[in-house]
Write a protein that binds this ligand. Structure first.
Ligand SMILES: Cc1ncc(COP(=O)(O)O)c(C=O)c1O
Length: 397
């Protein structure tokens, strides 16, 4: 039977990473895959994580299964980090959370839940979006549509076209929004634009699905939740997919969560029962280590302060690099205006480079950027920024 199986295409971004690993050029630069890197090009283990892991290793007494929905203390901590402990959604017990294997796992559980309970509803994705979004939701059997997001002329948000298109969505459609640090563009709505999106969601009776994979990577933990808190109006339902891959550096531990906000407590309980049904037939119950680590850090005042400091350090480095990159670009005599890079948030920027320029950078200079021109700003450092600017000058000149 397996003789009939066709080879599937490799994942575009992870495939590029493999090509980078095999490239013998000692001056190669990798701006493709979405992991944070420090000034030395290393993706570090945070100190707060190491400390929490030490405590967990000493205190661990069993490897027995977790409940289907994961660790209750972790789920509570996730909700409080997003909303703030005294938010109405929490006080009214109308939010339920299930622990999931990474943000990707949360998105897939959300997809299966939506396909089971609301078959045929369309899910709207920003154009562009993280390439795994269409994979995940079409695998779950959900019809997809797109709304404009990126304005090529201004390198900013195509807000009017976005709202106009979403005005055509049907009642009950699902609207996927990036909570902050939009991947791949780095462009987020302003607080006023979030308000207008919240109004549209209410008016059109859409279900917001927030992909919240970068809390703390943009402007700060609270600042980055501005859209989420704007949408969480009294009586409003929503789904939120969290990931702690980036802000805790726990990529390979697979730590995420899906939170469902219902109109009331009994509705939330019913949703939870459906989420558990989805999980049971998929991976049964989640792995413990990463979530226990996050729970330990968030539950200990000193460790939490340490984490906030380490997160601020990552955020400040990314924002510093954005400035350095823009300064170096103009210093090396490139005419084109790249100042928009400094306005974008999080790890990614749309550089405006096209596929041909991206290919040339890779073939001639071993500089790896994904085909859309998305660059991982965290891959830039004092050590490689001059070579990068030289490459960009060569391909756009
Ligand atoms: C927008 C977005 N959502 C979700 C994820 C998934 O994160 P995780 O690695 O936790 O599955 C990523 C990771 O790159 C992402 O960029």
């Amino acid at each position: 039977m397996f003789q009939q199986v066709q080879t599937a295409p490799p994942d575009a971004i992870l495939g590029l990473n493999e090509a980078f690993r095999n490239d013998p050029n000692p001056e190669k630069i990798n701006l493709s895959v979405g992991v944070y890197k420090d000034e030395q090009g290393v993706t570090p283990v945070l100190k707060c994580v190491k400390e929490a892991e030490k405590r967990l290793l000493e205190g661990e007494t069993t490897k027995s299964y977790l409940p289907i929905d994961g660790r209750p203390g972790y789920n509570k901590a996730v909700r409080e980090l997003m909303f703030g402990a005294d938010h109405e959604v929490i006080a009214a017990n109308r939010a339920v959370t299930v622990q999931s294997p990474g943000g990707t796992g949360a998105l897939r559980v959300a997809g299966d839940f939506l396909a089971d309970n609301f078959p045929g509803r369309t899910l709207w994705l920003s154009q562009p979006t993280w390439p795994n979004h269409p994979n995940i939701f079409s695998a779950a059997g959900i019809p997809l549509n797109t709304y404009p997001y990126f304005d090529k002329q201004t390198n900013g948000l195509a807000f009017e076209p976005m709202m106009e298109t979403l005005g055509k969505a049907a009642k009950g459609d699902i609207l996927l929004l990036h909570g902050c640090c939009h991947n791949p563009t780095g462009i987020d709505p302003t607080p006023d634009q979030w308000k207008a999106i919240g109004d549209l969601v209410q008016e059109k009776e859409l279900l917001p699905l927030l992909d919240f994979a970068y809390q703390g990577f943009g402007d700060g933990l609270v600042e980055d939740a501005v859209g989420l808190r704007e949408l969480a109006r009294p009586g409003q339902e929503m789904l939120i997919c969290s990931s702690f891959s980036k802000n805790f550096g726990l990529y390979n531990e697979r730590v995420g969560a899906l939170t469902a906000v219902a109109t009331g407590e009994s509705e939330a309980k019913a949703v939870l029962s459906q989420l558990k049904k989805v999980i049971r037939s998929n991976y049964s119950n989640p792995p413990t280590h990463g979530a226990a680590t996050v729970e330990t850090v968030l539950g200990d005042a000193a460790l939490k302060t340490m984490w906030e400091g380490e997160l601020a350090h990552m955020r400040d480095r990314i924002n510093g690099i954005r400035k350095l990159f823009v300064d170096k670009i103009s210093a090396c005599g490139i005419d084109q205006d790249f100042s928009f890079i400094q306005k974008q948030k999080g790890m990614f920027s749309f550089s405006g480079l096209n596929q041909m320029q991206v290919d040339q950078l890779r073939n001639e200079m071993s500089i790896y950027i994904v085909g859309s021109g998305r660059i991982n700003v965290a891959g830039i450092s004092e050590a490689n920024v001059d070579r990068l600017c030289e490459g960009i000058k060569r391909v756009i000149g």
